[in-house]
Design a protein around this ligand. Structure first.
Ligand SMILES: Cc1ncc(COP(=O)(O)O)c(C=O)c1O
Length: 405
């Protein structure tokens, strides 16, 4: 079959593939524990459901302006003021089919073929393929000190004549680490000075723990007008547990948003009005569900940390936010794909191999599920990997025999 060069350069999303495998196994009755997930289990806010249901009942489900209905753009303007301390106009806002599409369209609007986009590892799985979809080149930065906190120096070393943009995702998927305020200030100033686009993927910015507050990149931006190259990405998927609603957005200068809107107009004509209304309900409605989710995740994070601390050989960095921990399993196997397959095969626990995030030997463990899943999942993994484990393990009434070393 003849397919394009770009299509050939793209691989299947590793996390989506994993979800498929786990679902198939679960359908066959396997006692799967999914620690690979990327979505909170809580229900969307009632305000989102009621608002969407009202529109559905009216039957008025029509095309909308591609960049979003005025009510959603207004809600995003207010959101930006509340959480970023920045007054923006509706012309600086574009709604999209998830943060994913907002990032993709931003990249399509700014990248020429062969230009480079830089991001630190570990990185969200989609960034490299999104760059390739634009015919551009992903450039990965590995923090020199071996931590999950990049420095400006790390980034600076990779900037060359073809560099067009930098993507920063904090708190970070998969490490859960929130980059320091100093780093955010430095990277904003640096990108302004070098005239690089800076995409801030803030999709987890309200899901942060230990009393932390979201950091606003705008605080450090000198360029506020048409020359601003700051693109701020956010959405309802994670903070409101509305992954299936597929609403995200971008905030950027007017001209760039106009260019992005032209692209979106030819791709999807914008997201469904029904789901846009749901997002309006969530953003403008009662915010207690976000606090409840954050507290639940913080508790889950603590449970996971306590469990992992007793797992000798595993090195952990405590997540500051999100619902992921990126644990170092190199003492067991440096090949994270093989290790994740082994764990799934032997004890039916799903994790995501670190190689998908640009760091082999690590596993991403999600803590967005139940405490029971977290504790039992880690106990099963420990049984499979610790050579001092007892010979037998019961999964329900199924007896497993440990016949490997
Ligand atoms: C870092 C990061 N950015 C963007 C997204 C996409 O979010 P959405 O569901 O709004 O497309 C995800 C989803 O997993 C993510 O982890």
């Amino acid at each position: 079959m003849s397919i394009s060069q770009i299509a050939r350069s793209i691989s299947q999303s590793a996390t989506l593939k994993l979800n498929e495998t786990a679902a198939l196994m679960r359908d066959k009755g396997e006692p799967i524990i999914h620690l690979g997930g990327g979505e909170p289990k809580s229900k969307p806010p009632l305000d989102a459901l009621v608002t969407a249901a009202g529109l559905l009942n009216s039957g008025e489900i029509r095309y909308t302006p591609p960049d979003g209905i005025p009510a959603l753009k207004q809600a995003i303007v207010r959101y930006t003021e509340e959480f970023y301390g920045r007054a923006v106009s509706p012309q600086m806002v574009m709604a999209a089919g998830g943060a994913k599409q907002a990032i993709m369209v931003a990249l399509q609007a700014i990248l020429n073929p062969q230009e480079e986009v830089i991001f630190p590892a570990p990185y969200w799985v989609s960034y490299p393929d999104m760059a390739r979809l634009c015919g551009a080149v992903p450039v990965v930065v590995h923090p020199e000190d071996g931590t999950f906190q990049p420095t400006l120096r790390d980034i600076e070393q990779k900037v060359g004549p073809y560099t067009r943009a930098v993507i920063i995702n904090s708190p970070n998927n998969p490490s859960g680490v929130m980059y320091s305020e100093q780093f955010i200030a430095e990277i904003v100033e640096f990108c302004e000075k070098r005239s690089l686009y800076l995409i801030m993927d803030d999709i987890y910015h309200r899901l942060i723990f230990d009393g932390r507050r979201p950091i606003s990149c705008y605080k450090y931006a000198r360029e506020q007008g048409e020359n601003s190259k700051l693109i701020v990405i956010n959405g309802v998927s994670k903070q409101y547990a509305m992954t299936g609603f597929r609403i995200g957005w971008a905030v950027a200068n007017k001209l760039l948003i106009a260019a992005m809107t032209n692209i979106l107009g030819h791709q999807t004509s914008g997201p469904s009005v029904l789901l846009q209304q749901a997002a309006v309900g969530a953003i403008n409605g009662v915010q207690t569900s976000v606090d409840t989710l954050r507290l639940t995740l913080e508790n889950n994070r603590n449970v996971l940390m306590d469990r992992l601390k007793t797992f000798s050989g595993v090195k952990i960095t405590k997540p500051d936010g999100t619902f992921y921990c990126f644990a170092d399993f190199r003492s067991f196997n440096k090949d994270s794909k093989k290790l994740a397959e082994f764990i799934l095969d032997k004890v039916r626990v799903v994790t995501v191999p670190g190689v998908e995030f640009g760091m082999d030997g690590f596993l991403r463990i999600s803590f967005c599920g139940t405490v029971k899943d977290i504790t039992e999942g880690i106990d099963r993994m420990k049984w499979a990997l610790d050579p001092n484990s007892p010979n037998e393990l019961y999964l329900g009434n199924r007896k497993l025999i440990r016949d490997w070393t």
